[in-house]
Design a protein around this ligand. Structure first.
Ligand code: PSV
Ligand code: MN
Length: 427
């Protein structure tokens, strides 16, 4: 397989010509930030996993407009994430979805990922679709199903996903269930919950001791009356009943409109049950738009709670939670879009690191509401892009990843390599 690489010297060459302007902006910014070296270190260490299913053009149920050069195999998906990581040095992991990404040879896949400096993030199972040759259908649910044999099929699939993950060096399983009901009366909620819990317990039993299981919730879709893991309360209930290796996973698009996600994050962290994130943005529902493209202030407020809550529990920002993008791209080049999502996440994280926590705490204790708002918005309104760019530069990435991606004609090269009619496996 021919693989496109971005050589180090090309990044250095690009950075050199952009450096004078960058340095001017950085110096202006850090004049007022005493601990900026410390912030830079945190930014350099922060890694956001890329989902294997976001590398091709997403679609809606009305259509799909593939852009060409999409990865046709697991190897090419890894190569794409390798390209992103070479450009931004913040995308050092890939998250696989089974059955779309079953490796033929674990050793070779591990070696290929290592070549790009990539780790394997959470493994994702799929019991929301029927696969060809599957014995029983998930039409009426998987882990909640009234038929024990269907539940067992879903459990066995998850155990198989864990086995693939062990071979690759992953350390977690994310379970998202589309289980639920479309009409009142269709389900006995209590039975559906208990059956799902029992199924999850069987999967939990199969987890290696150093693994985590993430229970992802979603308010609606594809079921439109009830979802059996419908909100953070239900996910928290499953995770609590399952045990210490089980956590809630927050996907930003999985809430009812205007939910206060930052408050959810804060309380889950307080209870030691926040496991990980799927970043994306939305205007209406599970829109899966680029992170930070619609509500950047919300993304900042979420990171504000993350930093505050993780520090309160002395958690390691880089390792103790799973950070992942879960977005899909209908009208953009997926790789450009992922670069934008990573950038938006890094910006929100950097801004959250800027918040004057001592002053905020004092304002809160004094009921000084206006002051508290001033403090948060001072951080949010700081243009931290030079800081994020500097972190990237120090880590060996490009000052402006999208500009370099375009000037190197990466997409055109991928189309040459893979063809213009490719369709990535996945959603
Ligand atoms: C469901 O909407 C979801 O957010 C889950 O994380 C899935 O695994 C992913 O999208 C891809 O289908
Ligand atoms: Mn998700």
């Amino acid at each position: 397989m021919k693989i496109m690489n971005i050589e180090k010297y090309k990044i250095e060459e690009y950075n050199q010509q952009a450096d004078a302007k960058h340095t001017r902006k950085l110096e202006g910014l850090v004049e007022d930030i005493n601990n900026y070296q410390e912030i830079l270190k945190k930014l350099i260490n922060f890694q956001i996993a890329i989902p294997s299913w976001a590398l091709g053009s997403g679609g809606t149920r009305f259509g799909r407009f593939p852009g060409g050069g999409e990865p046709r195999s697991l190897e090419e998906k890894i190569a794409d994430v390798g390209l992103l990581h070479a450009l931004n040095r913040s995308s050092g992991a890939i998250s696989l979805h089974i059955p779309w990404d079953i490796p033929e040879n674990y050793q070779e896949i591990r070696a290929l990922a290592a070549q790009y400096g990539l780790a394997f993030d959470a493994m994702n199972s799929n019991t929301f679709q029927d696969q060809p040759n599957q014995a029983l259908s998930y039409k009426f649910g998987s882990m909640q199903h009234v038929d024990r044999v269907v539940r067992k099929q879903a459990v066995d699939h998850n155990i198989e996903v864990i086995k693939h993950g062990i071979e690759l060096g992953s350390k977690s399983l994310t379970v998202w269930l589309s289980d639920g009901s479309c009409f009142p009366g269709q389900l006995n909620f209590r039975k559906a919950f208990q059956r799902t819990l029992e199924s999850l317990q069987e999967v939990y039993e199969a987890l290696p001791a150093d693994w985590k299981i993430f229970v992802e919730y979603k308010a609606f879709e594809p079921n439109f009356y009830s979802t059996t893991v419908g909100d953070w309360g239900q996910s928290f209930l499953y995770a609590s009943k399952l045990g210490a290796q089980a956590y809630t996973l927050v996907d930003l698009g999985h809430h009812l409109p205007n939910a206060n996600i930052e408050q959810i994050v804060s309380l889950l962290l307080m209870e030691g049950k926040l496991g990980g994130f799927h970043f994306n943005d939305s205007k209406y529902g599970d829109d899966d738009l680029t992170a930070g493209s619609i509500k950047p202030y919300q993304l900042f407020l979420i990171f504000n709670e993350l930093v505050e809550g993780m520090d309160a529990r002395q958690l390691d920002h880089t390792k103790d939670l799973g950070w992942m993008i879960d977005a899909s791209h209908n009208v953009k080049d997926p790789l450009e879009d992922l670069l934008q999502s990573v950038e938006a996440i890094m910006i929100a994280y950097a801004q959250a690191l800027l918040v004057d926590r001592t002053a905020l705490n004092a304002a809160q204790e004094e009921n000084d509401v206006a002051k508290a708002q001033e403090i948060l918005q001072a951080a949010f309104r700081t243009d931290v892009r030079p800081l994020v760019a500097e972190a990237r530069k120090r880590a060996g990435g490009a000052l402006d990843p999208i500009a370099l991606y375009r000037s190197l004609n990466v997409r055109q090269e991928l189309i040459k390599e893979r063809g213009s009619k490719t369709v990535a496996t996945g959603l």
